[in-house]
Design a protein around this ligand. Structure first.
Ligand SMILES: Cc1cc2nc3c(=O)[nH]c(=O)nc-3n(C[C@H](O)[C@H](O)[C@H](O)COP(=O)(O)OP(=O)(O)OC[C@H]3O[C@@H](n4cnc5c(N)ncnc54)[C@H](O)[C@@H]3O)c2cc1C
Length: 404
């Protein structure tokens, strides 16, 4: 269709901006759930290439619930066929005392507690699936020059000269969401004063398919098990540190870094033998006061970013995906307006309380383990030890870890 100036206008039911794990999963799931809906998925960057030789430094610990969502998107089999690392146990301990807790999938009669996946592989598989679906137009690389909205639709003017319109715009454009800023969504946010050092390390001992996490006053250190062709000597490192300490660690040469990491991890996987290129990611807590306004919904990191200490960020994002797809499909069936505030508020009601609760719990954890007070340390040690002994409570926590 042409507008008054004779330019091309393309109409969709839903426009999604951002083909990261969350946006691509959303587009995929919605397109499969309702083949009558027409969807545009826009992405600014071209590079999704998954490197079969080297591990991606960005990984996520996926819950069983998230794994099932990827299965519903039709991509889990292809992810698993390429590279995925199930973990069967979790060992969490306090650097400042004797407190420790061990979770095992056998306690809840499950084959694993979750899977470590590489972000680039998940995105690559989702984008490959999107390409197969007739009711999605994947537009990439693309820059949106201008966003506007009226009572009945949003309009996106692309740098290519094209104009896209739809009754609903879904912002899955990440933590620094342009759309969130363009439409003046209020946020509550603060700097953790932490950066996460991420990379892949090769270890002396096998990781035993265990996710290792040591809480230090300066931040948590996680070694997540990876596997390549059956070799269990690789772990993904997520080492959250106060920013100055992170700078110091980043400046070390590889040998010195491996030695520090061996010490800090108490050689739980033996000595750290080698390390890939390191990246430091500044950490910020952010939560949009509202996830929706008339015609626009925020999804995943665009709505909330959280400290990676419990590996929940994309799991919450996938739960958003599920809730928004469910809401839109139900409203489409009734012939209702997909971008109305009434529709979008249903999604917000499903997701905001849970996201807030998880974010508050993570903040509590972070503060608890940062506390240097002797009494808090004692309680911490006793607390971890007690939870470790109370089987029903421990099993309840395991179920939460698995996303149920
Ligand atoms: C160190 C670290 C470890 C983590 N570990 C875990 C974990 O173990 N488990 C877990 O659940 N979560 C984890 N997370 C969180 C997880 O990585 C994020 O929640 C997740 O990547 C968010 O996905 P997203 O698709 O919402 O956003 P992003 O991954 O940021 O994707 C946004 C996409 O939008 C595109 N985009 C941005 N702006 C535009 C625009 N204007 N136009 C078009 N496209 C645009 C970007 O190019 C990108 O592709 C971790 C995070 C960190 C920092």
């Amino acid at each position: 269709m042409e507008n008054k100036q004779g330019e091309q206008q393309r109409h969709y039911d839903v426009i999604v901006v951002g083909a990261g794990m969350v946006g691509a999963a959303f587009a995929c799931l919605l397109a499969r759930a309702n083949t009558n809906l027409s969807i545009a998925l826009l992405e600014a960057q071209t590079a999704f290439a998954f490197d079969h030789q080297q591990f991606d430094p960005r990984v996520a610990a996926l819950t069983e619930k998230s794994r099932r969502l990827l299965q519903c998107c039709g991509v889990w089999e292809s992810i698993a066929a390429q590279r995925v690392s199930p973990y069967t146990a979790m060992q969490v301990w306090d650097a400042e005392g004797t407190g420790e807790i061990h979770f095992d999938c056998q306690d809840v009669h499950q084959p694993n507690l979750g899977h470590i996946v590489e972000n680039s592989l998940v995105v690559e598989c989702l984008v490959a699936e999107v390409d197969q679906l007739d009711n999605i137009d994947f537009i990439c690389p693309i820059t949106v020059a201008h966003y506007s909205k009226s009572e009945s639709q949003v309009t996106l003017e692309l740098n290519s000269g094209e104009t896209l319109v739809a009754p609903l715009l879904v912002a899955a454009d990440g933590g620094n969401s342009t759309i969130r800023q363009q439409f003046n969504f209020a946020t509550r946010e603060w700097d953790y004063g932490h950066s996460a050092i991420v990379t892949t390390v090769q270890t002396e001992a096998v990781h035993q398919q265990t996710a290792w996490q040591r809480f230090m006053p300066t931040g948590p250190l996680a070694l997540l098990p990876l596997q390549k062709d059956g070799d269990h000597h690789y772990c993904s490192l997520v080492w959250s540190q106060e920013s100055d300490e992170a700078k110091r660690l980043m400046a070390l040469d590889n040998r010195a870094f491996c030695a520090e990491l061996s010490r800090a991890s108490e050689r739980c996987v033996g000595k750290v033998m080698s390390v890939d290129k390191r990246f430091a990611i500044p950490l910020r807590q952010r939560h949009a006061t509202d996830y929706v306004i008339e015609r626009v919904a925020l999804l995943g990191d665009a709505a909330h970013t959280i400290h990676p200490l419990a590996g929940q960020g994309v799991n919450l994002g996938f739960a958003d995906v599920s809730a928004l797809v469910e809401t839109l499909c139900a409203e489409a069936k009734r012939g209702n307006d997909l971008g109305s505030l009434m529709t979008l508020n249903k999604y917000q009601r499903l997701r905001k309380p849970e996201n807030l609760a998880v974010m508050a719990a993570m903040e509590g954890f972070k503060r608890l383990f940062a506390a240097d007070n002797v009494a808090v340390r004692l309680l911490r040690n006793m607390g971890l030890g007690k939870v470790n002994q109370i089987k029903p409570l421990k099993n309840e926590i395991i179920k939460r870890v698995m996303g149920f």
